[in-house]
Write a protein that binds this ligand. Structure first.
Ligand code: SF4
Ligand code: SF4
Length: 168
């Protein structure tokens, strides 16, 4: 049995999730808990386009210039609000407004009182499972550096990309 199948089996056997994310709301989490909740998918760091008429958000595969495309982690995380003022700063008091977050985002799942998936590092105990499951932007994202904004439309992703390819 390969690693991914082992993780799925483990999660299926442990149906009832326990952990701080089940015991307290986002607003009551400590900073450490809040940070642990991020699955490291990097999808919120993709450039997005919003349809001015209906408000629909389209993800592109262009990543913020500060995203490490191999690890899917921010390279300036501690200083992002100063270096990248356009970066959306997620915090417990604003999260309800971030409807554009992917449906798999742990903050969104907790806000909607849903369970985390088997591949979330808090469930699997392994930060690599988010990549193994095909949830992250690994091998999908390219840097937005040097791409003019009026060309972003050419990089719009298929809305069902993750639904089709991910093992969720
Ligand atoms: S989409 Fe959510 S879980 Fe994924 S990296 Fe962004 S904040 Fe973390
Ligand atoms: S600055 Fe960091 S956290 Fe913000 S969008 Fe860019 S890579 Fe993501």
């Amino acid at each position: 049995m390969n690693l991914v199948n082992q993780r799925i089996m483990k999660c299926m056997m442990n149906k009832r999730q326990t952990g701080f994310w089940k015991e307290k709301p986002l607003q009551k989490m400590t900073r450490k808990e809040w940070e642990l909740l991020c699955d490291g998918c990097g999808r919120c760091c993709l450039e997005k386009l919003k349809d001015a008429k209906n408000g629909k958000v389209y993800y592109t595969n262009l990543a913020c210039r500060y995203l490490d495309l191999k690890t899917c982690r921010c390279t300036i995380y501690a200083h992002r609000t100063r270096i990248a003022p356009d970066c959306e700063w997620l915090n417990p008091f604003k999260i309800a407004r971030f409807r554009w977050l992917p449906k798999t985002c742990a903050y969104r799942l907790v806000m909607e009182t849903k369970d985390l998936a088997w591949w979330h590092p808090l469930i699997s105990g392994d930060p690599e499972t988010v990549h193994l499951a095909g949830i992250s932007v690994k091998n999908i994202a390219v840097s937005s550096l040097g791409v003019p904004e009026d060309e972003y439309e050419d990089y719009i992703l298929d809305n069902n990309l993750w639904a089709k390819s991910a093992r969720i």
